[in-house]
Write a protein that binds this ligand. Structure first.
Ligand code: PMT
Length: 225
């Protein structure tokens, strides 16, 4: 209770973007800075939780009293999430995870030659981490996902809420200025099963993270019964 309502609770947070190798010097990545996930980790720690932050490559410093596990690829992220989730009360997936990766990684740096003006890179689907988590999730565990959308925000986000069996999904329309990747602000919509969507104003990511922290407290309290 009090100002440490998450004392004794273990929460796993993911942040940053995954990278999938094309060859020894190139990768497919995305614009995630890690700011949103690091802010969530800091808020949950402030609320008293024992926080493990699983992070893709970022320029950020670890928040105080948060243990950080560094990963690069989607597969590494999945392995760490599956392992740490077993003993956790909650999971917040703010990481921007690659949906596809090169079918094979070239052994040597791919060269340009006079006869390869076009090149085709074959991609294969990566594992969906939250879907894997849904299959092992216990009734007392809380899972929170994000949805980064550029169109049909509510429709796409509601599909993710259901297919990933989440307690809470935080949808951001990343086509809007100041929203989503890389900046210090965000504007999100909270979606929960059988509840109307709740839209926040454009706010600092740290303020959004505090709102997410409050929600996690509420969801974990509800599950304790
Ligand atoms: O890091 P910042 O620069 O601060 O930017 C913040 C952010 C835009 C990255 C963040 O707010 C955000 O939206 N994170 C989720 C990005 C994403 O991968 O969204 P998605 O809609 O593609 O995926 C939906 C959910 O499934 C996410 O929780 C994602 O972590 C998860 N996922 C996605 C793919 C996959 N293979 N496995 C997953 O578990």
């Amino acid at each position: 209770g009090g100002d440490q309502p998450l004392a004794g609770k273990k929460v796993v947070v993911t942040a940053g973007g995954t990278r999938e190798a094309i060859d020894p010097v190139r990768f497919i990545g995305n614009r995630s800075s890690g700011k949103m996930g690091y802010a969530v980790a800091a808020s949950l720690q402030q609320l008293g939780a024992e926080v493990t932050l699983i992070s893709g490559p970022t320029r950020l410093e670890a928040p105080n009293h948060v243990s950080v596990i560094s990963v690069t690829t989607t597969e590494e992220l999945r392995d760490q999430v599956v392992q740490t989730f077993k003993s956790a009360d909650g999971l917040v997936m703010a990481a921007a995870v690659a949906d596809f990766k090169p079918a094979k990684v070239a052994d040597h740096k791919i060269k340009k030659t006079t006869d390869n003006d076009h090149m085709v890179l074959e991609l294969v689907k990566t594992a969906d981490i939250l879907k894997a988590v849904a299959t092992v999730k216990q009734a007392n565990q809380v899972t929170v996902g994000f949805a980064a959308e550029t169109n049909d925000l509510l429709e796409n986000a509601n599909k993710k809420l259901q297919s990933k069996q989440l307690d809470l999904l935080i949808a951001n329309d990343v086509s809007q200025p100041g929203v989503g990747f890389n900046g210090d602000t965000n504007q999100v919509t909270f979606l929960q099963p059988n509840q109307p969507p709740v839209k926040t104003p454009l706010m600092a990511k740290t303020a959004i993270a505090d709102l997410i922290g409050e929600k996690v407290v509420e969801l974990l309290t509800k599950k304790e019964g």
